[in-house]
Design a protein around this ligand. Structure first.
Ligand SMILES: [Zn+2]
Length: 222
């Protein structure tokens, strides 16, 4: 049986063109629209989204490296916290809201799709979001265990952060309404902004990867 690590550890995002969408007509049945983009379209909704956020300055202070701490250990400890947060947040939508029928692709709105790299490391695989996220969360747990034991390269924290960011992007673009219904947006916003300050402070995720969340970030930081 393959372990999650055997599947390979690299993910790539793909900007979806209209040609791609036409080429794949039929399956998945339709390319999902973004709930986030719809919500950000009106000023009252943006204001409401922004209001559901804990004190921003506290989040900025929370990620600063203490003088006595090694930067590598600090980053790993935060990645463990964010993995726990994502397990909690994604667990809220996993069973009923994020299924292979509702989310047949791992997307962030209609413009971004994230593909899974197969174990041969040469081919990419389109997966339902639930399968992709399940694989990432399991891989991350194993990778963090290896980092804590000193048997993994600390550079893998960049990959961890990149993949965590993709899960946040999927949650915002496709499960905002579900999380609103569950009264969980304050938790989602606070978790994401905490994560965003963290990845910016330690330069863990490139600007291209941040693009699907740019409008949201501008809204939350306004
Ligand atoms: Zn989903």
């Amino acid at each position: 049986m393959l372990s999650f690590l055997d599947w390979g550890s690299s993910f790539r995002s793909k900007k979806v063109s209209s040609k791609d969408q036409n080429d794949n007509a039929g399956w998945p049945p339709s390319f999902p629209q973004s709930q986030l983009t719809s919500l950000l379209g009106t000023a009252p909704a943006r204001e409401r989204l922004r209001s559901l956020l804990l004190e921003r300055q506290q989040l900025q202070l929370a990620i600063r490296l203490p003088e006595s701490e090694s930067v590598d250990d600090w980053i790993v400890l935060h990645c463990i916290d964010f993995l726990n947060l994502l397990n909690l947040l994604y667990g809220m939508v996993y069973v009923h809201a994020c299924t292979p029928n509702t989310c047949p692709r791992m997307t962030a709105g209609p413009a971004y799709e994230f593909l899974w790299q197969r174990s041969d490391k040469r081919t990419m695989e389109r997966l339902p979001a639930s399968k992709y996220i399940e694989l990432v969360l399991s891989w991350a747990e194993e990778e963090l265990r290896r980092l804590m034991a000193g048997s993994a390269n600390r550079k893998s924290c960049h990959k961890l952060a990149q993949r965590f960011h993709r899960i946040f992007a999927h949650l915002y673009h496709h499960h905002l309404a579900d999380l609103l219904d569950m009264d969980a947006i304050a938790h989602l916003n606070t978790s994401y902004l905490h994560f965003y300050f963290f990845i910016k402070e330690f330069d863990l995720v490139g600007s291209k990867e941040l693009e699907p969340m740019r409008a949201l970030t501008e809204c939350l930081l306004a």
